[in-house]
Design a protein. Structure first.
Length: 336
């Protein structure tokens, strides 16, 4: 099996968040065969029922760990390929990255290099539960190479995330008499409009914070004044989130119920000689690891611009390039 075949095999195993068990089993078996050949060790790290991280170690201590996640966003669609690309859900986010990491590891082992590991975690696309679990169960790693689509460039930083749920309450009534009661949807829309207009922080390296109103729901029927409405809002942070949290709380006041679901701070990382750099406008598992698996670096093949879309795909050339880059990174970090 070559790297393209492994990528397609992984894509074809549906692993939408909460359903990572089958792809975890597949990788556990695959890495167990590699470990048997090179005297490594592989384990399942239980997280929740039917959900586990997969960790493989080659050598006594994994000084460097290559890591990414097992889950994908919905909807699932199977793999296909042409001369340039592998297509399918998870092809760039992140199953092509998994394949690149595994083939880089195998090449290093063939060269006699050791003392590194592979860690594949569950739940990154929702709440980083696998990374949080791994942070409580470190294995001695001093450097963590996290894989996300960066077009094989080393990220100097990544934005954080602040996620809210907003719930508005009103009073049902006949739509012919809106003056008699209050519309939960109109309350919610007023708040969302204020949020859209609110000034958000900026930073020299990471740029501006951004806001996305991801979902809106509510109401009973077109001819009924709505008594409930709900929205989910996602803000990309350039700091620890405290200024933005305070602004949102002040702006919303007591007009609707505000529930904070997630807050992950922005992250800044260092450059290394010989590697191109970029800024990741998205959030990763790195903050959830909390440094327990070592100093973080962020790099992977693929572009984030097609991740989470119906056109998700990854350049075959970038998969091959990543195999070489991961080897260079591991060797350079081992020397440190």
């Amino acid at each position: 099996m070559n790297a393209f075949e492994l990528t397609r095999a992984l894509v074809d195993i549906e692993s939408i968040t909460l359903n990572e068990e089958k792809v975890g089993d597949y990788l556990f078996d695959y890495l167990s065969r590699l470990a048997a050949k090179y005297q490594g060790f592989v384990e399942r790290m239980p997280v929740e029922p039917h959900r586990f991280n997969v960790f493989a170690r080659f050598g006594d201590t994994p000084v460097v760990t290559l890591s990414t996640h097992l889950d994908t966003v919905p909807p699932f669609f199977a793999s296909s390929e042409d001369d340039e690309f592998i297509h399918g859900r998870g092809s760039c986010d992140v199953k092509g990255i998994i394949a690149s990491m595994i083939f880089a590891v195998e090449a290093l082992l063939e060269q006699g290099v050791c003392n590194f590991g592979l860690l594949f975690v569950v739940g990154e696309e929702r709440n980083s539960v696998g990374a949080y679990h791994a942070s409580k169960n470190p294995r001695g790693s001093r450097f963590l190479i996290n894989g996300e689509p960066t077009e094989n460039k080393l990220a100097l930083g990544s934005k954080g995330a602040l996620r809210f749920e907003l719930q508005a309450h009103g009073q049902m009534a006949h739509s012919a008499y809106p003056e008699l009661d209050e519309s939960a949807i109109e309350k919610l829309l007023d708040v969302l409009q204020d949020l859209r207009k609110a000034p958000l922080p900026r930073a020299p390296v990471l740029g501006p914070s951004t806001i996305n109103i991801g979902t809106i729901s509510g109401g009973r029927a077109p001819n009924v004044i709505p008594d409930h409405a709900k929205a989910e809002v996602f803000i990309r942070l350039i700091d620890d989130g405290e200024p933005t949290r305070a602004m949102v709380q002040s702006l919303v006041g007591n007009r609707v119920d505000l529930n904070e679901v997630l807050c992950i701070p922005a992250l800044r990382m260092k450059a290394l000689p010989g590697f191109e750099t970029m800024i990741a406008a998205y959030t990763t598992d790195i903050p959830a690891f909390g440094g327990a698996w070592g100093e973080p670096l962020l790099l992977g093949p693929g572009t984030i611009h097609v991740a989470h879309t119906s056109e998700e795909r990854i350049l075959k050339a970038q998969i091959l390039e990543a195999i070489q880059i991961y080897q260079r990174l591991v060797v350079q970090l081992l020397k440190q």
